[in-house]
Design a protein. Structure first.
Length: 227
């Protein structure tokens, strides 16, 4: 499978085993949440090894009285942007990985059923209506959490929104993607976007669902199947 250079598919054995478990219809909601968290932790670890750098911080002291130079990560201005609602299942894992807590800005996007086009219904980016507004708290790095990239429309819309907000770089963390959809997302702003995903499926159903996929991961996590 040929994918753009800014799409990174994990080969971690533990992650692949967890993804296999997540695919099963027999996996119940509590375990679905746990698996999404674990997968986000592994994918995030791989992504941040590339997206972040280290720098010397202030002096510190160890418990036995030795001085040492602390280590900081850069960039400092980072925000997490989960796509509601399924992206919420990845937030705790990403916050666990980062050395200090960072802001979480939610984006609400859904696919219009007949066209499969994304529709934004919620956006709490600071001053998001005025990109160049003085005092706007724009992050240097935004981390989009989008567990399932199907057609790619939702991910593309999130990238466009964050680009207009003024971010300099975007990392997308995903559990699974369709090859067609992830190519579309990767092409939206290739010089600034890196996509890290646990697995890729080649097919979509007529309703825009991944095949074999994971089903509706939001419904599975929040017990709203058949709503």
């Amino acid at each position: 499978m040929s994918l753009p250079s800014n799409v990174h598919v994990s080969k971690h054995p533990c992650l692949l085993a967890k993804l296999s478990s997540l695919r099963s219809v027999e996996t119940e909601a509590r375990q679905v949440k746990s698996l999404v968290h674990d997968i986000a932790l592994i994918v995030g670890c791989e992504a941040f090894a590339s997206a972040l750098t280290v720098a010397d911080g202030p002096k510190g002291t160890t418990p036995i009285g030795c001085d040492y130079t602390t280590t900081l990560t850069q960039p400092h201005e980072i925000s997490i942007v989960p796509i509601l609602r399924s992206g919420l299942g990845m937030v705790d894992a990403v916050q666990t990985l980062l050395p200090t807590p960072v802001p979480v800005h939610h984006l609400g996007l859904y696919r219009e059923p007949s066209t499969l086009h994304p529709v934004e219904y919620y956006n709490n980016l600071p001053n998001h209506t005025a990109t160049n507004q003085p005092g706007a708290q724009v992050s240097s790095l935004a981390i989009i959490l989008d567990p399932v990239i199907a057609t790619g429309g939702t991910c593309v819309a999130a990238i466009q929104t964050l680009r207009e907000w003024g971010v300099k770089k975007i990392v997308v963390l995903s559990v699974i993607a369709a090859s067609e959809g992830v190519r579309r997302a990767a092409a939206e702003w290739p010089e600034a976007v890196e996509i890290w995903v646990a697995g890729v499926d080649n097919e979509l159903t007529s309703k825009g669902m991944l095949k074999p996929g994971l089903g509706d991961i939001g419904d599975r996590m929040f017990l709203t199947i058949g709503k």
